[in-house]
Structures are given as structure tokens and as C-alpha cells.
Design a protein around this ligand. Structure first.
Ligand code: FES
Ligand code: CO
Length: 325
């Protein structure tokens, strides 16, 4: 397991709720740890994917009568990770050490979130989730990609690449200038307001206009953006599953309070097109990990959100995913 309390004591999305049906199990990899998610009658569980008997994977077993059964010799574990049945020794008292480590798990936004340690805060907030006026679409999971999740978050928070990487969609090469904007550290993370960029057709009218984004870094591996104009609002909750420092799965919840007609598949395909433009750029960055303490790159005013994001990460003492980790 990764040795960094910042990420260990944080919630991370690892699967969609529907990926673990009742009576089913799913292996997942989080922060270098092999886990198995499984669902008994109503309860969702996350435990180490390693049988206490002779170390095989529990995820190739099965769920029966509210227990997780190891495929090798049939030891049965309950939701607390305690072995409750050893078929080879039905009359013998079960040894205390016959247990597997369990982890905090909860479902939010139709995703399954796991914390390997003791979470210091709740799953990042996504207020649109409970607002029925918003249409919500899950884009992803995408990956797993060979890239650093912190680099992916920075890319998400970076508006100055729009005219180059997303020319004709999110930006126009004729308007690359980025006006200064303000960024602050709030109790719930980093906040940038009024991050404006010229877009060729932001409202589907065929007219170009300057649009303003609000960006938030809610956790090291979770970010958010919102774009507002004349009563319409578009937002994205962007989350990363850090399997390792350089292996990441990406998730996006898109929310909009307009356009209830365009087919979901079209809106998701549009988002995927943008993401596919970003991925090779992120993968090509050097160093691959975030140079959080090394200062190998040169950030300017147009990178204000990233400057403050890095300051915030430094203040929380993040090591995982960074060059000096
Ligand atoms: Fe799991 Fe033997 S290895 S029961
Ligand atoms: Co991009």
C-alpha cells in the first residue's frame, strides 16, 4: 500500500454502483492495494483481496449467504472481514487471525468510493446531484491510462490549452490570451472564478463569445468546473482513481440545466472527443509525476489555478504522485 496519509485518508471512486450487483464481487486496484468489492443482501463491502489462509485472491471466489467465500478451500468471511466458517475444520474454534482487512466504503453519485485509511472529510460535494433540474450524465470510466492523476487534474484545471488542444471546440487559436483571474484557497479547496476564454460557438448559435468558468480543486484527485450564462449552467465533477502514481482511471459527471433533448450518447461522445485530445499530451509530460517540490516547470499568471493548487497540495503535505515521492 502507498505510504502517504493524505491519499490513504481520502475517498476515491473505484467503480460504478451497478458494477457490483447483489451477490456479486469485483476486484479493484487502489493506491497499489488489491481490493475486492462485494455486496451481500443490502450491504456493500470492501476488503483486501487476499485470503488469510494461504494468500489466494478472494475476488475469484463467490458470495453466498452474506459471506465472501474463498475459491481455494472455502473459508467464508463476513462483512467485518472475520472468517466464520472453515470447511476443513467444521468443529474447530476459528483462529482470531483468520480475518481480512476491511475498508471504508460508500456509494455517492452512483459511484463506489473507498478510503483505505480514516477519511478526514466526506466525499467531495457535487450539489447538482440532488437538484432535479440538472440532467446528469456519467462519462467514463476512461482508462486505466499510464499517466499521473495529478497531471490529469492539472490539465482539467487549465484553461490556456483550449485554443491549442481543443481548437474549434473549446477555444480559437486567434484568441489565445488569458486575462488574469483570482484564485483562493477555501475550506473546501481551491477556487478560481471568472476564468474566461473565447470559444467559437459556446451556445450553439454559430456565434463566438467569451465564456467564464469557475474551477475548483476539491481534493488532490477531484476537481470541478462550472460554466454559466443567462440562466444555463454546465458543470463537471472530474475524479481520478489513482491505481498507482502512474496508472489512473478517469471519471466525469457532467450536469446541465438545459438541453434535455440531445441524446446522452452524443453529449458523452463530445466529452470523450475532448478527453482524447488531452490524454496524449498528459502522457507526454515530463516529469511524468507532478513536480510539486522540484519546480522544474515555469508557471505564469494564466496558470494561476495550478499555482494555487500546488501550494494547497504542498500545505497538506502530499507526497504521492509527486516527483520527490
Ligand atoms: Fe483461501 Fe485456503 S487460501 S481458503
Ligand atoms: Co483539455
Amino acid at each position: 500500500m502507498v505510504n502517504d496519509p493524505v491519499v490513504i485518508n481520502d475517498w476515491h471512486p473505484v467503480a460504478r454502483s451497478e458494477d457490483v450487483q447483489k451477490g456479486a464481487l469485483l476486484p479493484v486496484h487502489l493506491l497499489e492495494e488489491d481490493l475486492v468489492l462485494w455486496r451481500s443482501s443490502d450491504q456493500l463491502h470492501a476488503c483486501r483481496d487476499l485470503c488469510a489462509h494461504r494468500g489466494t485472491r478472494l475476488s475469484s471466489g463467490r458470495v453466498t449467504d452474506g459471506t465472501l467465500i474463498c475459491p481455494y478451500h472455502g473459508w467464508a468471511y463476513n462483512g467485518e472481514g472475520q472468517c466464520v466458517h472453515i470447511p476443513a475444520h467444521p468443529g474447530q474454534t476459528i483462529p482470531k487471525r483468520a480475518q481480512v482487512k476491511t475498508y471504508h466504503v460508500q456509494e455517492r453519485y452512483n459511484l463506489i468510493w473507498v478510503a483505505l485509511g480514516e477519511p478526514k472529510q466526506d466525499v467531495p460535494s457535487f450539489p447538482e446531484w440532488d437538484d432535479p433540474t440538472y440532467r446528469k450524465l456519467l462519462c467514463g470510466p476512461y482508462g486505466a491510462f499510464d499517466l499521473c492523476g495529478l497531471r490529469a487534474i492539472e490539465n482539467f484545471l487549465d484553461v490556456a490549452h483550449f485554443p491549442f488542444i481543443h481548437e474549434g471546440i473549446l477555444g480559437d487559436a486567434a484568441y489565445p490570451a488569458i486575462e488574469d483571474y483570482g484564485t483562493t484557497i477555501e475550506p473546501d479547496g481551491v477556487l478560481s472564478k471568472g476564468v474566461s476564454v473565447y470559444q467559437p460557438d459556446p451556445y450553439g448559435t454559430g456565434q463566438g463569445d467569451v465564456v467564464a468558468y469557475t474551477y475548483r480543486a476539491l481534493r488532490p484527485f477531484t476537481a470541478y468546473l462550472a460554466k454559466e450564462s443567462e440562466g444555463t449552467r454546465f458543470s463537471i465533477l472530474f475524479c481520478v482513481t489513482p491505481h498507482t502514481a502512474l496508472k489512473s482511471t478517469l471519471w466525469m459527471w457532467m450536469a446541465l440545466n438545459y438541453d434535455y433533448e440531445t441524446p446522452a450518447a452524443d453529449l458523452i461522445a463530445w466529452q470523450e472527443k475532448i478527453l482524447n485530445q488531452d490524454i496524449p499530451i498528459i502522457q507526454a509530460q515530463r516529469p511524468q509525476l507532478l513536480p510539486l517540490y522540484a519546480q522544474t516547470d515555469l508557471l505564469l499568471n494564466s496558470d494561476r489555478t495550478l499555482i494555487v493548487y500546488r501550494k494547497w497540495l504542498q500545505e497538506m503535505g502530499l507526497r504521492f504522485g509527486t516527483v520527490s515521492a
